[in-house]
Design a protein around this ligand. Structure first.
Ligand SMILES: NC(=O)C1=CN([C@@H]2O[C@H](COP(=O)(O)OP(=O)(O)OC[C@H]3O[C@@H](n4cnc5c(N)ncnc54)[C@H](OP(=O)(O)O)[C@@H]3O)[C@@H](O)[C@H]2O)C=CC1
Ligand SMILES: O=C1OC[C@@H](O)[C@H](O)[C@H]1O
Length: 389
C-alpha cells in the first residue's frame, strides 16, 4: 500500500459489524484528538463502539456526535459516567483534569483509556492505579506509538544485542511554529500545560522504553518559555538530558538527549521559511546505530535505519511479521497507532492477552521522569489536582 492509500484508509476506515458485546465507550469532551484517538479506530473494531459523547455545552456535544456518527450526546461529563450503557471512558481532557475525571470514572465503575500524559504528577498516577486495583478496573495511558509494529521492531533490534549496549539516545518531537495556538490548553499552567508535558512526555517515554530502565537523574534541562509574562512556568521548548543506570556488566549507563518543542521558529530571510517537524529517535550503541524517522505516526510512513556489524539496512513494519501473525496478533498496514492501541485495550477488557501494554510502573516512571525535568529546569512541578474523592 502507498503512503496515500494508507493515509486515506486510516481517515476513511471500513465500518465493521459489532460483536454481541462490544466494549461501549463514552468520550469526555468534544476533543480534537477524539476522531483519531478512539472514534475512527472503534469503527473498524468489532469489539468496540463509541456510544456517547459528553461536553460542557450540549450543543457542542450534539454537533460533534452528528459529525462523527456517535449515537448520543449529553451535557457534561458526569452524564457520561452515569450512563449504564458505558463500559469504558476515553479521557482526552486537558492534562490537569485527567486525574479528577479518571478517579470519578473509576468511582462510577468504568474502565479508562487515559490520554497522555496520564496526570500532572507521579503521585497522582500512583493514586489512580491504586484505586483502579481496588475497583478491579483497567486504566491504560494512551501512549499509542508503543503499540505499532514499527516501534516494537526498533525495540526488538536494540534488545537483540546485534548493535551492542545502548550508549546514547537522541529523541526529538518538535512541531513547527503555528501548530499550537497561543490560547491552547498546552500553554496553560493551570491545565497542566507545557512542552515537556505535551511532547516531552513522548521523548521521555520512548527513551525509557528503548533504554529498558528508568533514569536516575536529569543532567540538564533548558527551557524556552512561550510567554514569560503571561505564563512564567510554561515551556514552549525544553532540551533535556537523562542519565540511565548502567546495565549489568556496563561501566557507564546511557544518556538520552531529548528535545520537545511546540513551535519551532521560522528561519531564512525575514524568517519566512517554516521549520520542518522533527519526529525522530536515534539509538547509538557500542557497535552501531538504529533510528526511526517518524515514531509518532509510523502508519503514514517510517523507515528504521540500522547500521552495525552486519552492514546497513532499512526496515519497515506496518504489520506484524510471520511470528506475530502466527500468535494471532491482528493488524492491517493502514492501522494507525491508535487502532493498534484499541486492539490491546479491548483484548485486556475481554480477558485476552494484549499484544503489548503500558504498565502502571511505566506510567508512574514516565510521570516521575517528566517531573524530574521540570524540577531541574527551575519551572517546577505541574500543579497537583485539588480533587478529593
Ligand atoms: N495521543 C495523541 O496523539 C494525542 C493526545 N492528546 C492529548 O489529549 C488531550 C486533549 O488534547 P486535544 O484534543 O488536543 O485538546 P482539545 O482542546 O481539543 O480538547 C480538550 C477538551 O477538554 C475539554 N475541557 C474541559 N475543561 C476545559 C478547560 N478548562 N479548557 C479547555 N478545554 C477543557 C473540552 O471539552 P468540551 O468539549 O466539554 O468543551 C475540550 O474538548 C491532552 O491530554 C493531550 O495531551 C492530544 C493530541 C494528540
Ligand atoms: O501526538 C501529539 O503530537 C502533537 C501534540 O501536541 C499532541 O498533544 C501529541 O499527543
Amino acid at each position: 500500500m502507498s503512503i496515500l492509500s494508507r493515509a486515506w484508509t486510516a481517515k476513511n476506515p471500513p465500518t465493521v459489524p459489532k460483536t454481541a458485546h462490544p466494549v461501549r465507550f463514552g468520550i469526555l469532551g468534544a476533543a480534537e484528538i477524539g476522531p483519531s484517538g478512539i472514534i475512527l479506530p472503534a469503527r473498524t473494531c468489532a469489539d468496540a463502539e463509541v456510544v456517547v459523547v459528553g461536553a460542557r455545552n450540549l450543543e457542542k456535544a450534539q454537533k460533534y456526535a452528528k459529525k462523527h456518527g456517535i449515537a448520543r450526546a449529553v451535557q457534561g461529563y458526569d452524564a457520561v459516567l452515569e450512563d449504564p450503557e458505558v463500559d469504558a471512558v476515553y479521557n482526552p481532557l486537558p492534562n490537569g483534569l485527567h486525574y479528577e475525571w479518571t478517579m470519578k470514572a473509576l468511582q462510577a465503575g468504568k474502565h479508562v483509556l487515559l490520554e497522555k500524559p496520564a496526570t500532572n504528577t507521579a503521585a497522582e498516577s500512583e493514586r489512580i492505579f491504586a484505586f483502579a486495583k481496588e475497583k478491579n478496573l483497567v486504566v491504560l495511558e494512551a501512549f499509542h506509538y508503543q503499540f505499532h509494529p514499527a516501534t516494537q521492531k526498533l525495540k526488538a533490534i536494540v534488545d537483540s544485542g546485534e548493535l551492542g549496549s545502548v550508549q546514547k539516545i537522541t529523541a526529538h518531537l518538535c512541531a513547527p511554529g503555528g501548530f499550537v495556538k497561543p490560547d491552547d490548553i498546552r500553554f496553560q499552567y493551570a491545565l497542566g500545560g507545557g512542552a515537556t508535558m505535551d511532547v516531552g512526555c513522548y521523548v521521555t517515554s520512548i527513551s525509557r522504553f528503548l533504554a529498558g530502565r528508568e533514569p536516575t537523574s536529569v543532567l540538564s534541562a533548558t527551557p524556552t518559555l512561550q510567554d514569560a509574562k503571561k505564563e512564567p512556568k510554561i515551556d514552549r521548548r525544553m532540551e533535556f538530558t537523562y542519565l540511565f543506570p548502567p546495565a549489568e556488566g556496563e561501566k557507564e549507563g546511557p544518556t538520552a538527549q531529548c528535545v520537545g518543542d511546540l513551535g519551532l521558529p521560522n528561519w531564512g530571510p525575514l524568517s519566512l521559511v517554516p521549520s520542518m517537524p522533527e519526529l525522530y529517535v536515534t539509538v547509538q550503541c557500542a557497535m552501531g546505530e538504529a533510528s526511526i524517522n517518524n515514531f509518532v505516526m509510523p502508519s503514514f510512513y517510517h523507515a528504521i535505519s540500522v547500521r552495525g556489524p552486519k552492514g546497513s539496512r532499512t526496515v519497515r513494519a506496518y504489520v506484524w511479521g510471520e511470528e506475530g501473525k502466527a500468535k494471532g496478533w491482528k493488524g492491517e498496514d493502514w492501522w494507525t497507532t491508535y487502532r493498534y492501541q484499541l486492539e490491546a485495550f479491548v483484548d485486556k477488557l475481554k480477558g485476552r492477552e494484549p499484544q503489548h501494554w503500558i504498565s502502571e510502573e511505566s506510567t508512574v516512571g514516565n510521570m516521575r521522569a517528566v517531573g524530574m525535568v521540570y524540577e531541574k529546569s527551575g519551572l517546577g512541578a505541574r500543579p497537583e489536582s485539588e480533587f478529593q474523592l
